[in-house]
Ligand binder design. Structure first.
Ligand code: CP
Length: 307
């Protein structure tokens, strides 16, 4: 039995296969509509979510399976003091596969040690979000037809943004990825990632403070919101929350084929006027999240691609 806790749990070949399977699901939805007949997915969300939980549930339903679960710790026995380990041990008696989000880093890993069903990390604190990474990779691949040979700007809260941490790791395995990290000093990418990814893999990266100084170089701009829920004090959040707002004037010097990604939810870091620009990919990206999760559920349940 395999779990997915960290994006690096998947090999490059497995990621390629998942993206290929997701592409085939997009093209041939009907063919997949019964492959998970009789299977159950549990979504255990101890932290709020719209896209991840609902796309996992829609994914399982579109594969012909069923879903159960909870969307907040308040509506589970965690509110009575039950441990994550006990919750997962029990839920794995009811479900064939479990997607779990938790505010504490490492909680899904702990759960995987006790579970009798595969665990998928659906986001743990400021740490990892591997299925968002699969979503991002599928989006970049569909938009650009490649994962290497790109210049990608990560903009916003690079300190607490788990989607950034996971995507930075995953892209480090592709050739010629040029990273430009755009953030205020207080929200720079954590030092452990600089050491584990950039220094270890001998990858050079730029650290800049404004979008304007790099926009014309970018093939992909990965915007993020400032993660209010991870700040220790409100004053710091208020001071930093509006550092970057992408609007049409900011895109004046951008490439015509720039791809603008955002894991969402958006607060105000992308002006609504940008949504109608063909370079805005973030709502397509949210849709692709469902298809890549369909592919992942199939892989983790050992379900073969139908003929
Ligand atoms: N991208 C993402 O994780 O969104 P949700 O928090 O809505 O699941």
């Amino acid at each position: 039995m395999r779990h997915l806790i960290d994006p690096m749990d998947l090999t490059v070949q497995e990621i390629d296969e998942l993206l290929e399977l997701a592409d085939d699901i997009i093209e041939n939805k009907e063919k997949y509509s019964k492959v998970c007949d009789g299977k159950k997915l549990a979504t255990l969300f101890f932290e709020p979510s719209t896209r991840t939980r609902l796309s996992f549930e829609a994914a399982m339903m579109e594969l012909g399976g069923n879903v159960l679960g909870f969307s907040s710790s308040d509506s589970s026995s965690s509110a009575k003091g039950e441990s994550v380990s006990d919750t997962v041990k029990v839920v794995s008696c009811y479900a064939d596969i479990i997607a779990m989000r938790h505010p504490k880093e490492g909680a899904p890993f702990l759960a995987s040690l006790k579970s009798d069903s595969p665990i998928i990390n659906a986001g743990d604190g400021g740490h990892n979000h591997p299925t968002q990474t699969l979503t991002d990779l599928l989006t970049i691949h569909r938009e650009k037809k490649r994962l290497g040979n790109i210049t990608i700007g990560f903009c916003g809260d690079l300190k607490f943004g788990r989607t950034v941490h996971s995507l930075v790791k995953a892209l480090s395995r592709y050739e010629n990825v040029n990273y430009i990290m755009i953030s205020p000093q207080e929200l720079e990418i954590p030092q452990y990632l600089v050491e584990e990814v950039f220094e270890k893999e001998n990858i050079t990266y730029q650290q800049v403070r404004t979008i304007d100084e790099v926009i014309e170089q970018l093939d992909v701009l990965y915007m993020t919101r400032v993660q209010k829920e991870r700040f220790f004090n409100e004053a710091d959040y208020v001071r930093l929350k509006d550092t970057y707002i992408l609007d049409m004037p900011k895109l004046k010097n951008a490439k015509e084929d720039l791809s603008i990604l955002h894991p969402l939810p958006r607060v105000n870091e992308i002006a609504v006027e940008v949504d109608d620009d063909p370079r805005a990919c973030y709502f397509r990206q949210a849709l692709y999240g469902k298809y890549v999760r369909m592919a992942l559920i199939m892989k983790m349940l050992g379900i073969e691609k139908p003929q």
